[in-house]
Ligand binder design. Structure first.
Ligand code: CDP
Ligand code: MG
Length: 140
């Protein structure tokens, strides 16, 4: 699965009406959408998704934010998907995100930063499986 990554358009960006613009950027960068849905995480599912961060000081705030409204989750396909998508979204803190990256354009703070992108092939698989069954994925 080295050619796939997992993303979420986070509640801030959905609320602000940026789903279309962000999907345009994703398509323009050469990613193919192989699974996608609009959904809403509960406190429990957001907490489980971000369990790796449970000891971090921002964990509860992150869980509250990620369960505060609808999100779009998707699996994206492209050669070198994980690294290329991290480049497309920019740094976690939008103040440090390169110009024209999705976070530079649409994130408002380090917490409310518009999009998620997997940080490794292994996590891309884990996160994709968390959100989608095999039968939801095109070409699976
Ligand atoms: O999302 P990314 O991989 O760039 O960053 P992370 O270090 O894995 O953190 C996950 C998420 O936690 C971030 O995207 C932010 O939404 C949030 N976060 C935060 O609220 N405050 C921080 N100091 C760092 C991260
Ligand atoms: Mg991360």
């Amino acid at each position: 699965m080295g050619n796939r990554t997992f993303t979420m358009i986070k509640p801030d960006a959905v609320k602000a009406g940026h789903i279309g613009a962000i999907l345009e950027k994703i398509n323009a960068a050469g990613f193919r959408i192989v699974a996608m849905k609009l959904t809403k995480l509960s406190q429990e599912t957001a907490g489980a998704f971000y369990a790796v961060h449970r000891e971090r000081p921002f964990y509860q705030e992150l869980v509250d934010f990620m369960s505060s409204g609808p999100i779009v989750s998707a699996i994206l396909e492209k050669e070198n998907a994980v690294a290329d998508f991290r480049t497309l979204i920019g740094a976690t803190n939008p103040a440090e995100a390169a110009p024209n990256t999705i976070r530079a354009l649409y994130a408002t703070s380090v917490g409310e930063n518009a999009v998620h992108g997997s940080d490794s092939d292994e996590n891309a698989t884990i996160e994709s499986n968390f959100h989608f069954a095999a039968c939801d994925v095109y070409g699976a």
